[in-house]
Design a protein around this ligand. Structure first.
Ligand code: GLP
Length: 246
């Protein structure tokens, strides 16, 4: 298991940003999956800052996000398309055709899931997938209990997160919301994964992810089985797993 522990949050953000920049420099045709949330915000800002100061060719890089909200317009600031576009795709001048995101509104989401997965396969698969860690162990929007064999699909959202989205958007309860997400199998097919987690509030879940059994009850635990997954943590998130670091 590859475990990297940054000594503080700033060092963590910078290290995480360099994982993305490094991938783009090593292979300018990289297909890179991102994730949204508080963990990734500074990291994306640092990636943009490095690119602005030291520009390089991003014309062949493909970017996408591991998940997306469904049944909300992209104009909602919490949509992953909007966050990734603003935080990283536009600042890095990623061509529109290489910023591939499933739609937030569709007649047939199952068909959208299949075509999104095909689009990734057509580009040679995922070279690097950055993953955040949900407080309940979710990755992407795959909630506890998601089968390890799942492909890209629309998952129910975490209830706390869904309540927040409903508050922010004012959508009524009868209006279904969901999360279109790479499935666990799809994630596990990424050639390289970097799982990032920071903050003391994640420490308990980090311990379960790394020291607990591999179980569908903790989706992130499956990453113990990936042959090329790095767990990048700050000291607070790593407090129960320091013995695993070499
Ligand atoms: C959301 C996103 C996930 C992300 C997770 C962690 O559920 N859909 O992709 O990894 O939150 O978020 P945070 O970094 O804010 O803890």
């Amino acid at each position: 298991m590859k475990l990297t522990i940054a000594k503080n949050e700033r060092e963590f953000d910078v290290a995480a940003a360099w994982r993305i920049i490094g991938q783009m420099l090593a292979d300018p045709r990289s297909v890179i999956g991102l994730s949204t949330g508080a963990t990734t915000k500074n990291m994306h800002a640092i990636v943009s800052d490095i690119y602005t100061r030291y520009p390089f060719d991003t014309s062949k890089v493909t970017l996408f996000n591991v998940d997306e909200l469904t049944n909300l317009p992209r104009s909602y600031a919490g949509c992953c398309y909007t966050m990734i576009a603003e935080q990283i795709a536009r600042p890095l001048q990623i061509p529109e055709e290489n910023f591939i995101m499933p739609p937030t509104m569709a007649e047939d989401f199952e068909a959208e899931c299949r075509s999104f997965q095909k689009a990734l396969e057509a580009r040679g698969g995922i070279d690097l997938q950055m993953l955040g860690l949900g407080m309940n162990g979710h990755v992407g929007i795959n909630q506890p209990g998601t089968p390890f064999g799942s492909e890209t699909w629309v998952s129910p959202m975490d209830p706390i997160f869904e309540a927040r989205v409903r508050r922010e958007t004012g959508v009524p309860p009868e209006h279904a919301l969901g999360g279109l997400t790479l499935g666990i199998r799809t994630i596990m097919h990424a050639k390289r994964i970097v799982l990032i987690a920071k903050g003391a509030h994640k420490a308990g879940m980090v311990r379960e992810m790394l020291k607990g059994p591999v179980t569908e009850a903790i989706p992130a635990s499956v990453l113990q089985l990936h042959p090329n997954c790095e767990f990048l943590l700050d000291a607070d998130a790593a407090k129960y797993v320091t013995d695993l670091a070499q």
